[in-house]
Design a protein around this ligand. Structure first.
Ligand code: 5AD
Length: 464
């Protein structure tokens, strides 16, 4: 009766939070299972960034709550951003949910499940829904040290392999107030973890064989701005990169998501001096129109954005870029979209996440007039996707025949071959010996689809 299935929606931060919840539950004797049909407790860790993400989780929860009819002891919990955003009002649509836990209370989940189990064991039917979406001082420090020994011993899918890469939370929340964005509401004020704690966590990960870390936060480039001083013009975020860079065993460093405003000279220069910093940057543009950027409350211009891209390419000519774009922000005209299209084309992205604007109630943009019709958003979305496809094919064509450094992550989806990523974050599929999991190996690229590279390991005198 202690088998837990966790389903995660949305961003890497959510994945990280789910990992942390899983680790805390394992430490309490729960089993984390990979088969949702085979669980006693289902936790949905949700996303609120667009309406579609919320509807998906609500649909799932509605469907799953039927299980309670057959099994009244079945426990259903909603965690994370949608829990925070909607709170008790979720019960209007989902009266059978047992647990609603917000983004600052993940660490309470084991206690709440213990309470529900104790009540059930005492023969008390599950009664009132437990709802906890309060703020908690210091909650940014509760998501840490999640890879406790013994994780994966229960035969969960994909967890027996050694840990190769890890997400490391460096900060929670955001104070930027972009007009479209619900995150300041769901994740709260910007709070950074102490630099020493992060470095200690990364050292621990390296000692366990982790080679690649991705530093996570809603606005990582603002990391520590209230807690640490600049030293010789170097921001706290770049100081953190320097310290992680010094750790033996960590071979690759990534981060997400930054804000263009944080790409000052010190960060561009860091790409020149920190070779472990991967030549892949996710740099959310949102729009290429200065009027729309202003309406979005994004404090940069298209000219400044392009300057950042150029400055990074100047330091690392082989830099890979990805971005986030919103099409159909209220009032976006054809000419303004054309400006986005033009800048999108000029930046030559390798990857992009293109979103149709979604009204988020309580955000400034929700109240703006001139909402854009769906068909227009759809068309603008398709235009950008088409450019992206061509960019990606062009990039892959250049890679054919070259040798790329790949970090072997584990078996691919089919279980027949192996998967890993290049420093530029391209996914590769190849044959390998399982012993190479966690190793950096040279891969000769032989074939490519739009999103995946296929190749053969170049290992002289070593068994593949
Ligand atoms: N509608 C559409 N996309 C959004 N994003 C954030 N809020 C919205 C919204 N209301 C996108 C932004 C952000 C990414 C995580 O999600 O592009 O960078």
């Amino acid at each position: 009766m202690n088998r837990v299935y966790i389903k995660t929606y949305g961003c890497q931060m959510n994945e990280r939070d789910s990992e942390a919840v899983a680790a805390m539950l394992r430490a309490r004797g729960y089993r984390i299972v990979g088969d949702e049909g085979d669980c006693d407790i289902m936790l949905l860790n949700t996303c609120s960034v667009r309406d579609a993400a919320e509807q998906k989780a609500i649909g799932k929860a509605g469907y799953v709550s039927h299980r309670k009819k057959k099994n009244p002891d079945f426990v259903l919990g909603i965690l994370g951003c949608m829990a925070q955003n909607r709170g008790a009002s979720l019960l209007d649509q989902l009266p059978d949910v047992d647990l609603i836990v917000g983004t600052q209370k993940f660490h309470q989940v084991p206690d709440y499940l213990d309470n529900l189990r104790a009540a059930r064991d005492a023969g008390v039917p599950i009664g009132e829904t437990i709802i906890d979406i309060a703020e908690e001082a210091g909650s940014q420090n509760t998501i840490k040290d999640h890879f406790e020994p013994g994780a994966g011993e229960n035969g969960e899918a994909g967890e027996v392999a050694p840990q190769v890469n890890a997400f490391v939370s460096i900060q929670q929340g955001c104070n930027m107030d972009c007009a479209f964005c619900i995150v300041p509401k769901t994740r709260g004020d910007e709070r950074s973890r102490p630099m020493d704690d992060i470095v200690t966590e990364c050292r621990g990960l390296a000692a366990r064989g982790v080679k690649e870390v991705t530093l996570l936060g809603q606005i990582v480039t603002s990391y520590g701005r209230r807690d640490y001083a600049h030293t010789n013009g170097i921001s706290p975020f770049v100081q953190l990169l320097e310290r992680v860079h010094e750790i033996d065993g960590i071979e690759r460093i990534r981060f997400t998501s930054p804000h263009p405003r944080g790409f000052k000279e010190d960060l561009a220069a860091a790409y020149g001096r920190l070779p472990k910093l991967c030549e892949y940057v996710h740099l959310p543009m949102q729009s290429g129109s200065n009027r729309i950027l202003k309406a979005m409350n994004r404090p940069y211009s298209r000219e400044r954005y392009k300057e950042i891209v150029d400055s990074l390419r100047a330091v690392r000519p082989d830099m890979y870029f990805s971005t986030d774009i919103i099409v159909g922000f209220p009032g976006e005209t054809d000419e303004e979209f054309e400006q986005t299209r033009e800048l999108f084309e000029a930046c030559n992205y390798d990857m992009a996440y293109i979103f149709k604007y979604s009204i988020r109630s309580g955000t400034p943009a929700a109240g703006m007039g001139d909402q854009i019709p769906d068909e227009v958003k759809e068309h603008r979305n398709a235009v950008l996707l088409d450019i992206l496809k061509r960019n990606s094919e062009r990039r892959n064509a250049v890679l054919l025949g070259t040798v790329e450094e790949v970090l072997v992550e584990g078996p691919d989806k089919t279980g027949q071959r192996f998967t890993g990523r290049t420093r530029g974050n391209r996914v590769c599929i190849f044959d390998a010996n399982p012993r190479l999991i966690g190793q950096l190996v040279p891969l000769k690229i032989e074939r490519a689809s739009v999103s995946t590279l296929y190749g053969e390991l170049v290992l002289q005198g070593v068994e593949r």
